[in-house]
Design a binder for this molecule. Structure first.
Ligand code: FAD
Length: 462
């Protein structure tokens, strides 16, 4: 618990206007983008850190007094990963938002954690390079948050997720010690890769204060192909045919019929609402390869029984296709007071079954669901529209959620591909991850954070 004396200490080690303690200010930080019925306790202070030393001083104090500390980027995670469970201090990184160094020859960029992902992507793309991780909300989410969640996005199929682009991390440990991880080189085979342990650890092991990221050359050209199918099985067959023809698209996303019709209802953009599924395929590479890749994808789509195959070539055409896909969450949100977007993944050969069964489960509990996702990865985002304050709907939602997770695990998948566990999925991890592995995770947590001050109550029960 934060005592008055701790508040005064915070104000003496940081600029006093970087310490917020009023009720109104703290209230905003008790929530993130998670749609949930749970009410998190308010943090007792919100501090804006400006330097690595600021972070060290706050953690030293917090560890000595056993005060919980929750790092916060833009608060856009969807699993309650940055809401407090026991009050304490919120570390706000919005003032540590600088691009510190750009090295085009080594193709690396060194950044502070508060840099907005979309700004970083634009910065490197303007200079001919490319940082692929692309969570849909990258216009607001931060590098620190995306490292802590190992964020992915539509391009993960070809380019991987955040974990594939972090070379070095500078972190502050729970007791305020500074630790540098990684060798500053593209390859590094010396010792344990502790930086990979930090990626995806949701701020529970250490606080990221700097990151050096790997870049790749920016693909010269891209096109988007949209194709409609009568069944999800046919759509997956189309994907297999593309891959069998040795084409490796940057993105293979899908929308189910409910998503298509809901988007068309609220944001009309000429989608074909008669079909069961739509694939959105983005090919990229050299300009000279575009016609060939497009032709092969077109043929694969036809052979799998697609109709209405649309090719988007200009930026305007591509934008309108992606806007339809991105509008699905906002459109679903118009169906009911709340919408919960989930995140599950199965091997690709089980995707059609998973989509069909998720729909059956939601139908059984009378919950409207719009499904979108990344077919290439086998990653599905069921977006369930409901009123969380309605007891019957809420109980049905909890049952549906458990059944979907059980199904994903039984099909060889897992309960999160890119959104993480946070507080929302904590009670499901035991049924998902090997028990011995969870025990090892607990031991690792104890080594990094013996007083359990870093984002307590997240990922697994201690
Ligand atoms: C509309 C929408 C669409 C989305 N689409 C995608 C998608 O396509 N793919 C995807 O992967 N995710 C997606 N997400 C989830 C979200 O984008 C990611 O989880 C995001 O990267 C979180 O970034 P943030 O800055 O908002 O972090 P926050 O939500 O603020 O924090 C996330 C986690 O990071 C920790 N953290 C933050 N900064 C630090 C730090 N400096 N050091 C240590 N820990 C830290 C926090 O404690 C918390 O555990 C989406 C979310 C929304 C709302």
């Amino acid at each position: 618990m934060l005592l008055k004396s701790n508040e005064n200490q915070l104000k003496s080690i940081l600029k006093s206007d970087n310490v917020l303690t009023s009720l109104e200010e703290r209230y905003c930080y008790a929530q993130d983008s998670t749609n949930t019925r749970k009410k998190s306790p308010l943090p007792e202070a919100v501090v804006f850190v400006e330097t690595i030393e600021d972070v060290q001083k706050v953690l030293k104090l917090a560890n000595r007094c056993k005060i919980p500390v929750v790092s916060r980027g833009a608060g856009t995670n969807m699993v309650g990963a940055c809401t407090p469970t026991k009050g304490g201090i919120i570390l706000n990184f919005s003032k540590m938002n600088k691009i510190l160094d750009f090295n085009p020859e080594n193709m690396t960029v060194r950044v502070q954690p508060g840099v907005i992902l979309g700004d970083l992507k634009k910065f490197v793309e303007d200079r001919g390079l490319f940082y692929p991780p692309d969570p849909s909300n990258m216009r607001v989410s931060t590098v620190g948050g995306s490292i802590a969640q190992s964020s992915g996005g539509p391009m993960s199929f070809k380019y991987g997720t955040t974990k594939d682009y972090v070379l070095n991390l500078t972190v502050v440990l729970a007791d305020g010690t500074l630790m540098k991880l990684g060798a500053g080189t593209i390859k590094d085979a010396v010792g344990y890769h502790l930086n990979q342990l930090i990626i995806g650890s949701e701020g529970t092991l250490a606080v990221v204060v700097e990151a050096e990221l790997k870049l790749i050359p920016k693909p010269e050209a891209s096109r988007v192909i949209m194709a409609y199918f009568d069944t999800m099985e046919a759509a997956v067959d189309g994907v297999n045919k593309i891959l069998a023809d040795k084409i490796f698209p940057a993105t293979i996303d899908f929308m189910d019929n409910n998503s298509i019709t809901t988007v068309e209802k609220f944001y009309p953009c000429n989608l074909n609402t008669d079909k069961e599924a739509m694939l959105l395929i983005m090919i990229d590479g050299f300009e000279s390869s575009m016609d060939d890749q497009e032709g092969r994808v077109y043929k694969a789509m036809q052979e799998a029984g697609a109709s209405d195959i649309v090719i988007a070539i200009t930026e305007e055409e591509k934008d309108s296709v992606w806007t339809a896909r991105r509008a699905s969450f906002a459109a679903t949100a118009k169906l009911a007071p709340d919408v919960v977007s989930d995140d599950i993944i199965v091997p690709r050969d089980k995707l059609a079954k998973m989509v069909k069964e998720c729909k059956n489960i939601c139908d059984k509990y009378s919950l409207p669901v719009c499904m979108v996702g990344h077919v290439g990865d086998g990653n599905i985002h069921p977006q369930i529209a409901l009123n969380l304050e309605d007891d019957v709907q809420f109980k049905n939602y909890i049952k549906a959620k458990s059944e979907m997770y059980e199904l994903a695990v039984s099909l060889g998948g897992t309960i999160s591909a890119e959104h993480g566990v946070g507080a929302e999925k904590i009670s499901y991890i035991e049924d998902t991850v090997d028990k011995e592995a969870i025990n090892y995770m607990r031991s690792i947590k104890k080594v990094f954070d013996p007083n359990n001050i870093l984002n307590p109550g997240k990922i697994f029960k201690i």
